[in-house]
Design a protein around this ligand. Structure first.
Ligand code: SAH
Ligand code: SF4
Ligand code: F3S
Length: 482
């Protein structure tokens, strides 16, 4: 096929309708366009820089975007002085958006110096109408804007931009489609995220995710198991099953499958050593799941169980569908089944209407549960969510005071909790050479805590036994054992 002389409209006409074949067609088309551009620019290579903000969902999406860019023929660079700069954005908190606008100005100055440079924005922030309107108006130099539902279309959008030479905007409000089997480039050869579901139906009143990621959709268990098998054949020993609320996996499938059933099936894949998952909503964490975890040697002894608040009143206003007492009972149940479990959490401080008493309830849960670690967030008002319209937004001063008190408690407890494995031998998956102490390796235990120890880089990707000499608060220094 002679792609070079084809206009974008002709390419659209020739491209297969079905996916992923259509995208493979556009990858080839872009490749030809890029080769031509290289000749014009007299450059051997065209580079890309991909910056990822936000959660594991975005990280996984970025691996897919990277796979497509490499298939087209771009080469990755750490520098923003690249020919294609792509920001995969997060909008869960207001300041995340401000950061993106801040960086765009800098990108524009780079673009002035490189006539071939393209700037593209995608991800959750682009699913907000006001954001796209603002970029169209005030950031005209942006080349391609797309959202969370159509990341698989990057090659098609790039082809349009290259040929039509004007800003391309493609935002879908939602979708039932799940396009599989496009190229991906994993960040680590030995571990990988695996999407098991997309979107969220929970509508916690502070949270923008259901609006930007759409309704909950589960992938078929066959597709998931096939993907995990393929990954493990490719050298992956640890997988992280990803969903905003993995506990409600499979409910909307034609033949419903529970998350526990899915875990049990994946557990049988021989080459696989570790299974993790993220995130569990406390309201949906079933006894069946606790049992499945308990019976598995591969599922890591770690649950991320976002608390958000310890006050039943605030939890109700947050639409979390559990009370303080129910949360504590759940924790007891999990710990009774798996005493060595590591529990981590997310907590929001300063939700509208939060009183000092409400805050003390949160501190009380923190002291009772003794989390291994906790991510603490200052409440951020997200336009479009119900909480943004609630009265009694809390003053910055009160929030700061509570945040500092919470952080102090969380840090103290987590450094005490981390110490519990000191002077034991633990199985560690070696992930990287330590930076900056390059004579050390960094690995991760099943409970997600990191360990630094002396060793050879050939061990990266392998599981080894490490004696934990000393806890340093939230990580260990250890010694490799035969
Ligand atoms: N699906 C996951 C997490 C999604 S967002 C869950 O249900 O737990 C990750 C975390 O960001 C949330 O757990 C919450 O603690 C925090 N978060 C979400 N919206 C926020 C907001 N408006 N302000 C502050 N923190 C927020
Ligand atoms: Fe947001 Fe709640 Fe859904 Fe998590 S469960 S993504 S906090 S709405
Ligand atoms: Fe952010 Fe989107 Fe994740 S808003 S937290 S990147 S789902």
């Amino acid at each position: 096929m002679n792609y070079i002389n084809m206009t974008y409209d002709e390419a659209c006409h020739h491209a297969p309708i079905e996916e992923p074949a259509r995208q493979y067609y556009f990858i080839e088309y872009c490749k030809a366009l890029l080769d031509k551009l290289k000749e014009v620019a007299e450059k051997e290579t065209f580079t890309f820089h991909l910056a990822t903000f936000g959660c594991q969902m975005n990280s996984r999406d970025s691996e897919k975007l990277q796979g497509i860019l490499e298939a087209i023929g771009f080469e990755e660079t750490d520098s923003e002085e690249a020919d294609f700069v792509l920001y995969n954005t997060c909008t869960v908190r207001e300041n995340a958006n401000q950061r993106v606008y801040g960086r765009l100005g800098h990108l524009n100055s780079l673009k002035q110096k490189n006539p071939h440079m393209m700037i593209s924005l995608c991800g959750c922030m682009m699913q907000e109408e006001e954001v796209v309107a603002k970029i169209r108006k005030s950031y005209r130099f942006v080349d391609i804007i797309f959202g969370t539902h159509n990341i698989f279309k990057l090659a098609e959008l790039m082809a349009e931009r290259l040929q039509k030479k004007k800003m391309v905007v493609d935002i879908w409000e939602g979708t039932d489609r799940i396009v599989e089997d496009l190229p991906t480039d994993r960040k680590y050869p030995f571990k990988s995220g695996v999407n098991i579901m997309f979107g969220c139906n929970n509508f916690c009143s502070y949270c923008i995710v259901p609006y930007v990621r759409g309704r909950e959709r589960s992938r078929s268990s066959k597709d998931i198991v096939d993907e995990v098998k393929k990954l493990s054949k490719d050298g992956v020993v640890e997988i992280m099953l990803l969903g905003q609320n993995v506990n409600s996996y499979g409910k909307n499938l034609e033949e419903p499958v529970s998350f526990a059933e899915l875990l049990t099936e994946i557990d049988q894949i021989e080459e696989l050593k570790r299974i993790r998952f993220m995130t569990s909503h406390p309201k949906d964490l079933s006894d069946e799941l606790i049992e499945a975890m308990k019976n598995s040697k591969k599922v890591c002894r770690h649950i991320h169980l976002p608390l958000q608040s310890g006050s039943s009143n605030i939890l109700k206003a947050m639409n979390r569908s559990y009370t303080k007492e129910q949360y504590l009972v759940l924790v007891d149940k999990i710990r009774a089944a798996m005493p060595d479990i590591s529990l981590t959490t997310d907590i929001i401080v300063g939700f509208p209407g939060e009183t000092e008493e409400d805050f003390l309830e949160t501190l009380d849960v923190v002291k009772k549960v003794r989390f291994d670690s906790a991510f603490t967030f200052v409440y951020s008002k997200r336009t479009g969510t119900p909480a943004a319209k609630m009265e009694c937004q809390i003053s910055d001063e009160a929030v700061k005071n509570r945040f500092d008190r919470l952080l102090k408690e969380v840090k103290l407890i987590s450094s005490e909790m981390c110490r519990r494995d000191e002077h034991t031998i633990q199985e560690v998956l070696v992930e990287d050479i330590n930076d900056p102490a390059r004579e050390l390796l960094t690995g991760r235990m099943g409970n997600n805590v990191t360990v630094h120890f002396k060793g050879d880089s050939s061990l990266i990707g392998k599981t080894v036994n490490v004696y934990l000499d000393e806890s340093k608060g939230f990580y260990y220094m250890g010694t490799l054992r035969p």
